[in-house]
Ligand binder design. Structure first.
Ligand SMILES: Cc1cc2nc3c(=O)[nH]c(=O)nc-3n(C[C@H](O)[C@H](O)[C@H](O)COP(=O)(O)OP(=O)(O)OC[C@H]3O[C@@H](n4cnc5c(N)ncnc54)[C@H](O)[C@@H]3O)c2cc1C
Ligand SMILES: NC(=O)c1ccc[n+]([C@@H]2O[C@H](COP(=O)([O-])OP(=O)(O)OC[C@H]3O[C@@H](n4cnc5c(N)ncnc54)[C@H](O)[C@@H]3O)[C@@H](O)[C@H]2O)c1
Length: 471
């Protein structure tokens, strides 16, 4: 019989992704003993198979595209990217898929790291199965925080369901060591758009199969249109209204069959078809919750119906973004600490509702915060969309020859504040925080005139937006 070791802490965090790390950081800072359980690498999906490697692949692609639009650099930029150097840079950014640095940080902050698979085994109790097969029982005096994130969701198609084809998911697409000659990308969301941009420019010939009417359908319509246009100009094929009905691998060639009966052949296929919560093997049934479900939480990240279980990050499905998960982690950590002292939580994660910022690192970049025009209208707000062609901004013309981009602010006509802002164009990612501040702080439009953008930067788009609104 294997021996079971027992440990007691104030707080137990399951999952050491960016979110689990930040919950622990807050509870430790408040003087609560905290254990963190991790089954793979400390740092989570974001560090090794998501944000960091994808942005390391995309940064050179975007810089290369910018160089092609910069007078004096065009000839130099005609040479293709040095893909080997890009992959080496990506490997460095992921610390070669080793977590020593993050472990050092976590332990330095005072956390007790338990390596292994964590499962709830009753109220305030987590059982860890270590890689060596031992069992550890951790009890939490105050709270357990589930921060187990999400994994790629694959559709139940013939060829996938039976395991005949092992496709790329986001993990394959961010860690591959060479560009497949032909790559089919299934999906039209953020992963599909970013990875199609990366691999088309790293040497693959990409075909994107989108079942909807365009890319990035949850954003303002012009975002997906401009990204599709640029992908096509880079040589990719973007096919909309196409559903894949089956996949096979024949002599090394992947064949995707579509609902129109077409066969699309490739050397590799990426399914970028959304995410599933990592809650299927988490012992949720031992605390009256449904295994495999997204965990529903209140604004302090406490699971509905519980006074000790918290869920932050991807696993609660509020906003599948690292920065937003880390924000939730700060709120959850502070709430756990306050309740442990018998006090009310000091703050709530209100920004998850209607103020989530996101940058899509495609060429052109897409940067948005808050709601789209369609979302604002669906929510019953009386709004007006104010659109500006970014090419009319002096800073944009200086940034790139033939600059193409667009901006929209969604103005709430009753309150004269912004409900949402979207920028699409080269270099707009770094503009986003100005819009986030305006949306979160509910800055009156009249007051925005006094936030003077520097000349000649792209941020002068704010002036054009205000002028267009004034009419
Ligand atoms: C390709 C791609 C690119 C992305 N790019 C961006 C981006 O640029 N910007 C951005 O903001 N977001 C991006 N995201 C989203 C981002 O990766 C996630 O929102 C973020 O990783 C969520 O953090 P998390 O801590 O909730 O979960 P994760 O990062 O998934 O971490 C969860 C951790 O829990 C561990 N775990 C799971 N179950 C158990 C268990 N039972 N026991 C012990 N440990 C367990 C896992 O091993 C993992 O380490 C991207 C996602 C993808 C797929
Ligand atoms: N830069 C960033 O901020 C960034 C980058 C990558 C990912 N992320 C986050 O990661 C999350 C996951 O991204 P994602 O792109 O995997 O998911 P997503 O939900 O954004 O997009 C999924 C896409 O797959 C399509 N789809 C779903 N099932 C399908 C099927 N059976 N056949 C064909 N198409 C199907 C959907 O219509 C949609 O276009 C997102 O929420 C995103 O916010 C963020």
């Amino acid at each position: 019989m294997t021996e079971t070791e027992s440990f007691a802490y104030d707080v137990v965090v399951i999952g050491a992704g960016p979110v689990g790390e930040n919950v622990a950081d807050r509870t430790l800072a408040a003087g609560l003993s905290t254990a963190v359980v991790e089954s793979e690498l400390v740092g989570g999906e974001c560090s090794y198979w998501a944000c960091m490697p994808s942005k390391a692949l995309l940064r050179p692609v975007i810089a290369h595209a910018d160089a092609r639009r910069t007078p004096g650099l065009r000839a130099a930029a005609r040479a293709p990217l040095d893909a080997a150097e890009v992959f080496a840079h990506r490997d460095e950014q992921t610390a070669h898929w080793k977590d020593d640095g993050q472990v050092e940080w976590l332990e330095g902050a005072g956390a007790a790291l338990h390596r292994g698979h964590g499962r709830l085994s009753g109220p305030r109790t987590v059982t860890v199965t270590t890689p060596e097969g031992r069992t550890e029982t951790l009890t939490a005096r105050h709270a357990v925080a589930v921060c187990t994130g999400s994994r790629a969701a694959l559709p139940g198609l013939p060829g996938l369901r039976d395991g005949a084809v092992a496709p790329w998911t986001s993990r394959g697409a961010t860690s591959a060591r060479e560009a497949p000659g032909r790559l089919v990308v299934v999906g039209g969301g953020v992963v599909a758009a970013e990875m199609a941009t990366a691999w088309q420019n790293l040497g693959s010939s990409v075909t994107v199969l989108v079942r909807g009417s365009g890319l990035l359908e949850r954003m303002e319509p012009f975002a997906g249109e401009l990204v599709s246009q640029a992908l096509r100009e880079a040589g990719a094929e973007v096919r909309t209204g196409v559903s894949v009905t089956g996949v096979s691998r024949e002599n090394g060639t992947v064949v995707a069959v579509t609902d129109a009966g077409d066969r699309v052949e490739a050397d590799e296929i990426l399914f970028a078809t959304g995410r599933a919560p990592r809650t299927d093997d988490l012992g949720l049934e031992t605390v009256g919750l449904e295994p495999g479900s997204w965990l529903e939480v209140d604004n302090t990240l406490r699971v509905t119906g519980s006074d000790w279980l918290y869920a932050a990050g991807d696993v609660n499905h509020r906003a599948l973004l690292t920065h937003q998960g880390k924000y939730q982690a700060r709120v959850a950590g502070d709430a756990i600490a306050a309740r442990a002292r018998g006090e009310a939580p000091p703050t709530a994660a209100t920004a998850d509702d209607g103020a989530v910022p996101q940058v899509v690192f495609t060429d052109p970049e897409v940067a948005s915060v808050g709601v789209t025009l369609a979302e604002a209208e669906r929510a019953g707000h009386r709004v007006r969309a104010v659109d500006v062609d970014l090419a009319t901004v002096a800073g944009a013309g200086l940034y790139a020859d033939g600059y193409r981009g667009r901006a929209r602010m969604v103005v709430d006509l009753d309150r004269e504040i912004l409900r949402g802002v979207t920028f699409v164009g080269p270099g707009v990612g770094e503009l986003l925080h100005s819009a986030t501040v305006a949306v979160v702080a509910q800055v009156p439009v009249a007051r925005l005139w006094h936030a003077v953008p520097a000349y000649p930067t792209i941020s002068e788009v704010w002036l054009r937006l205000l002028e267009t609104y004034r009419g």
